[in-house]
Design a protein around this ligand. Structure first.
Ligand code: ASP
Length: 341
């Protein structure tokens, strides 16, 4: 396993590339991701590829509708993330992966670039849309991060929808856990396995969702929601609910949401680093995100980031084979990508 990790880090280092697709002249108002990983055409059937494109388009249009009607960037982020949380395609909400003990433990966070207010929840198993709980923590509590039972109690008291844990049950995700455990014990390759499942096992299923929005008042907001990493133990929490690591927003710079191997994103304080680089070095969002991905690659951390600056410039670099990602411009033009185009 250690040899595998070393080879993987080496692969990342050698094959560092930064697909950013920041080349749109129009102001972008919303950017989303649906996770980074071994996302390659050969792993996805045409139907699955179409399903991802459709769902991400729906998420972008839902957020766009909020912005168009004069809603805040926070509400736009929420609308986009809710669509992806309600879909089994992504590792968030309905599609959350399983921890080692076959429970599902979700994390989410939100940050308001205008006020620097932030809210987050971690290790919650019965909140239908964890991003809604994060928003409730931001708006209705004096805290930033609530965890476990306490977070659920707070969410329930404040009208956030609670569901039975069976709502999240997924045979496919359980199969994924089983295969990762088998691989851990050195008897992998359980047959039969389809290409998409192979991809999930290889990645330990990344697939977190995130969004950054810029509203008509020029306010930025960023949010992230995840089931974490398959087979996680001991109430492990990744970067997604950690403000500064997985999510950050500052109206003076940009909004950022990350996806990938959380431990590395925590260690490099990635989301905050993007904003800090822009402010301290006076560089563009494209340059700042490329720099943090380079640092991630050097550390051996697989993943990617989405970022949107105060002028509507977007960047979406990653060091994995692919990343589900897309944006929508001020005029409503949708761009959805997933492979290393
Ligand atoms: N960053 C998430 C975590 O480590 C996983 C992901 O992005 O898919 O929990």
């Amino acid at each position: 396993m250690k040899v595998f990790n070393f080879l993987f880090a080496l692969f990342l280092f050698i094959s560092f590339h930064s697909f950013s697709q920041a080349d749109t002249t129009e102001r972008v108002v919303l950017v989303i991701h649906g996770g980074a990983g071994t996302i390659m055409k050969k792993h996805l059937s045409p139907e699955k590829e179409a399903a991802y494109t459709e769902k991400m388009t729906e998420a972008l249009q839902a957020g766009y509708a909020v912005i168009e009607s004069g809603g805040t960037s926070i509400l736009a982020v929420q609308a986009a993330i809710n669509i992806m949380e309600d879909s089994p395609l992504f590792n968030a909400g309905k599609g959350a992966v399983y921890a080692h003990d076959e429970t599902q433990q979700m994390d989410a966070s939100i940050m308001d670039g205008k006020t620097k207010n932030a809210g987050a929840v971690a290790g919650v198993g019965t909140i239908k849309n964890p991003i809604n709980a994060a928003i409730a923590v931001m708006n209705l509590s004096e805290h930033v991060l609530l965890t476990g039972e306490g977070a659920v109690e707070f969410a329930a008291k404040n009208g956030v929808e609670i569901v039975d844990s069976s709502y999240f049950k997924s045979e496919r995700r359980l199969e994924n856990l089983k295969r990762i455990k088998a691989e851990e014990n050195d008897h992998g390759n359980l047959e039969p396995v389809d290409e998409e499942l192979k991809m999930d096992v290889l990645d330990k299923k990344y697939g977190t969702v995130g969004a950054v929005a810029l509203d008509k008042e020029n306010n930025l907001a960023a949010g992230t929601s995840t089931g974490g990493m398959t087979n996680k133990r001991y109430n492990r929490v990744g970067d997604s609910p950690i403000i500064g690591a997985g999510t950050y927003a500052d109206n003076n710079a940009c909004g950022v949401s990350c996806t990938g191997h959380g431990e590395y994103f925590i260690r490099n304080v990635v989301a905050y680093d993007v904003c800090a680089l822009m402010l301290y070095k006076e560089i563009s969002v494209k340059e700042a995100t490329a720099e943090v991905i380079k640092k991630q690659t050097e550390l051996g951390g697989a993943g990617g980031v989405i970022a949107l600056d105060k002028d509507g410039n977007v960047a979406m670099p990653f060091n994995t084979a692919g990343m589900f990602r897309g944006y929508i411009t001020e005029s409503g033009k949708v761009v959805v990508l997933m492979f290393g185009e």
